[in-house]
Design a protein around this ligand. Sequence first.
Ligand code: PGA
Length: 248
Amino acid sequence: MRKPCIAANWKMNKTAAETGAFLNEFVPLVKNVKDVDIVVAPPFTSLYAAAAIVSNTNVGLAAQNIFYEEKGAYTGEIAPSMLTAAGCSYVIIGHSERRQYFKESDETLNKKTKIARKHNLQVIFCIGESLEERESGRMFDVLKREIEEGLKEVEAAGIIVAYEPIWAIGTGKTATTEQAQEAHRYIRERLAALYGPAQADEIRILYGGSVTPDNIDALMKCADVDGALVGGASLKADSFSKIVIFNR
Ligand code: PGA
C-alpha cells in the first residue's frame, strides 16, 4: 500500500517570520494525522526557522531546489549537504517553473536527482505537459521523456513523482479526475518499464495544479493518485490542513 504524501510548495513566498507563524498554527492542526506523509517546502531562507518548529513532529521539510555539485565556486547555489544540515529530508526537483524560467534541462535535473539521492533526500520529481503539448497530442511523449531522462540511472527508492500539468498550475483549472487518473496511470506504466511493476507499484505519484480543499477528495479517490503537491492553497494553515485531512 502506498502511503499518501501531501506537500506544500510555497515557491517564493514567506519570510522566516511568516514561516514560523504558519507552522505554529499548522502543526497542531495536523498533529493527529498518521496516515499521510506531510511535507512543507519553504524558501531556503526559511528552512532553519521551519526546522526548529517541525523537527520531532509529523511534518517533514523539503527544499524547493538543489545544486548538483557537493561544494565549490557556484555563486548563489545551495549544496545537498547544506539542505540536510538545515533539516531537509525531501527536495523538489524539476518543477515546471524551474524548467521554464531557469531553463533546467532533463540532464541537469537528472544530475540533481542523483546527488539528492546520494544524500538520502527523498526527491519529489515534477513532470507535466503544457497546454500546447496536450492539445497537439504530445502529452504522453513529454511525460515519457521527462521520466526516462530525469530518472536515468536513478533507483526507485526515495523517488516520488509529481504530475503537474502546466496549464493547471496557479490557474484555478484543475485536471478532471479522469485526466489526472489517465496521466497517473500512464506514468506508472512508464515507471514499470523502468523499474519493473513491483517497484513501480510502490512509487507515489502526486497530483499538482490548483489543488484545493474542495477538489482533494475526488482526486484522492483516483486509483493512481497518491497525494498532492499544493501551491496557492498551501499558503494558509487552515486550507492546507484541510487538504491534509482530506476525506478518507
Ligand atoms: P498551485 O501550484 O497549487 O498554485 O496550482 C502547484 C505547484 O506549482 O506545485
